[in-house]
Structure formats: C-alpha cells, structure tokens
Write a protein that binds this ligand. Sequence first.
Ligand code: GLU
Length: 476
Amino acid sequence: MQTQKEPGFRESVNLMFNRAVTLLDLPQGLEEKIRVCNATYTVRFGVRLRGDIHTFKGYRSVHSEHMEPVKGGIRYATSVNQQEVEALAALMTFKCALVEAPFGGSKGGLCIDPREWEEHELEQITRRFAYELVKRDLISPSQNVPAPDMGTGEREMSWIADTYQRMNTTDINGKACVTGKPVTNGGIQGRVEATGRGVQYALQEFFRYPEDVAKAGLSGTLDGKRVVVQGLGNVGYHAAKFLSEEDGCKIIAVAEWDGGIHDPKGIDVQDLRDWISKHRGVKGYPNGTYVENGMVLIEEECDILLPAAIEGVVNAENAARVKAPLIIEAANGPVTAKADEILRQKGAVIIPDLYANAGGVTVSYFEWVKNLSHIRFGRMQRRQEEARHQLVVDELERLSADSGIGWQLSPNFKDKYLRGAGELELVRSGLDDTMRTAYQSMREVWHSRSDVDDLRVAAYLVGIARVAQSYGTKGL
Ligand code: GLU
C-alpha cells in the first residue's frame, strides 16, 4: 500500500520507536536491545495437495523475550514477509507492555491466499505449519502462544491446538499453547469480538475527557459522530457494530477490498456484513452508493476514521487529504510514520494501534489464564453472588412491606441486580478495565510532559519504559 519513497513497515515502527526512546534516559545498549528483533525463523515446507507437492513459506518472529511466553497472532496472506512479521512482533511487545499483558512480543505469518484452498486443504497446511513451529518451541504454552490475525480465526487455532496436543500428549496445559480457540475447544467467551470491543472501549474512554476530545477539534459524546471504517473484517465489523448499535455513532462509509459503500444517513453494519459474507465483497450492495475505489473513502469528511484491516493504508500519498480530526488505529500500523507526521502537523489526534487494538491480546491473556487454571471464569462465584444479592432484595422487600410504605423495586432492577456475572460479563469487565487503565497511563504522560504532544509517543514511552524495567530487574 505504501509508496516507494516511504520507509517500509519495519522501518516505520522503528521511526516511531525512536521518536519515543530519545525522550527516555536509557543506556544506549539497552535502547538497541529493546529495538531489535531477537529472532525470526523462516520455514519452507511441502504439502501434497491436488496430486502435487506445494511448497509454503512461513515465519515466526520473536521480538522480545523480556517476559515469556511471547505472544502474537499468525497471519495468512500472500503479502506476508519477514519485514512485516518483524514489525508486527515489535508492536506486540509494546502493546502487551502497555496493557499489562505479561508477555513478550511475537508474530507469525504464512504466505498463502486462504481463499484459494478448500477447508480440508487449509487444515493440512495449518497442521503442517504448526508441526514445524511446535518442533522448535515456537508454539508452546510456556514459551510462545499464537493467536488469530488477518486470514485466520477459531478454526485454525483449533487445528493448531490439536496438533500441539498430539505432539505433547502428557502436557496438562496443552490447550494454552494458542488462544482464540472456539469456546467448545478451550476458548473463552468474548474473544472473537474482543479487538472490536476494545476499540469501542478505547473510544468511550477517550470521550470521557472533554479536553482530550477538544484536542481533536471535536466536542460532546460519541452519539451522532460520523465514522468511516476501512475493512469490515472481524475487527472492523465488531467495532462498527458496537459503535453504531450501542453508542449512537453513524457509520457513513465502509471501504473494502473490492470497493466501498457510502451512505451519509448511516450504514446498517450487520446488513452489510451479511451481504459481504454472501457475495464475498461489497459490490452490488443495494443500500448506499457504491464507490469502485474504496480507498478514496478514507479521505471522506467525517469525525472518526477507523482503519481496521492492514498496515500502510494512510500513507504519504493520501495523508494530506485525510479530513478526519480523530483516527483510531484498529489495525496494526495503518498509518505510516510519514503519514503520522503529516497528520500531526494538521492537528489530527491519533489513538495509536498499540493501545487501540490491544483488546484482542487482552482477552487472549484471559483465555490463556483460563486454560492454565482449567476452570471457566465465574464458575465458583456466580451463584454465591446471586444468593447475596437475593438477600438484599428480600430484605428490601420485607422492609417495604413491614413499614407499610409499599415501595416496589422495578422489575428491571431485580433482573439486572440478581444476575451473577458469567464468563462473558467478566471478560468484558476485565477488558473495559484494561482499556481504561492503559488510557490513563498514556494520558498521564501525554498531559504531564511538555515534550510529548501525541498519544503515540505516550504509548511507546509507557511500553518501552516497562520493557526496560523488566530487563533491568533481570540484570541486563
Ligand atoms: N493478532 C492480534 C494482535 O495483533 C492478537 C494477538 C494475540 O491475541 O496474541 O494483537
């Protein structure tokens, strides 16, 4: 997506890292240690398919092992390459540090177009890739825990978990070797929606601070804000759905790979998603205006731009024409370092990827803990909580009757109050808390340091400082 004049993705992440690290007083050697990627493993393996042997190329990169296991998704796309995987692994390191998920950073990728293969073929390919990584401890509950990313989901994670468990039959914690599994196979409620949900929580938190909102030249609440979404995949879809259905945002445009849909009255996200699933693209969608070059929608007049698919969509070529005063990076690296500079000069506020899309890894962390503890969240407390609430309600009703006042609790109140939290409620609560806390730590740096004037530098500062601290305690 990026133009030739621009640095590549890896370099772009380095530039952002450098902008922040110079503001910290770290020894030169430690700074370099934190910047570089520890190791990248490349594998080529053959799978016999359709009567022929097909060779696939995959990667697993480990950026930092200051905490283990290391964590990060596995991406399936033809564009996967070493630079990209390393850039994404680096982002994982600082993202995990920022949201206090106790992991180092890693990322994997397979050069493949998943749409070209049948399900059973993809299973064979995935199992073989997983085998190669498990053999080298690049998939392991204690050392390296992958998750879904672009082009992969619950299905692939389930195959990976099964492959690991077949190779490690006595590992009682085997299921924790990967996150993002289906709930029926060791997954956790709320993981599929997690990244999009995190984007929603991030925006809600941002809008709790009128002075932060004012920095973007906006005011008021999320209600009625016009949002442009780039990419209606798992992340973009959930973010857009929650923002429109629960916060009153208006999704005025959606850009997809085969074009875009524009409707100033607001797009019905679920309806469009259903259309895309059925027709494999937005083309022909009957509501709103179809735009053949969907990317121009990124330049549309709106309040919030939400790039949710791939890196480099906002770049040196189009950044000057982007009109959104607020950009939330739901994808990893959607804004290049060059574009970041242009947008900052224009006064736009960018809620950076390190923070904005951390919901995925946060709930992955909960899933990993669930797998290691071998018990579903809420199983011990739920009924006890309900019983205690029942006590209060009974007592209130007794008081009301005895005193003759005849107060009635509204049925709605009873319904809500008497229901103990299940796994989904607990996951959402943990995610919301994580997003709020991480925002606070970024915000404090943003507002208290005169040499920090954007959230990205603030996010990197918090992340890098924590990684440095962790190395420090190890004696490095
Ligand atoms: N692939 C997601 C990300 O980029 C999730 C990673 C994880 O859950 O480990 O953050």
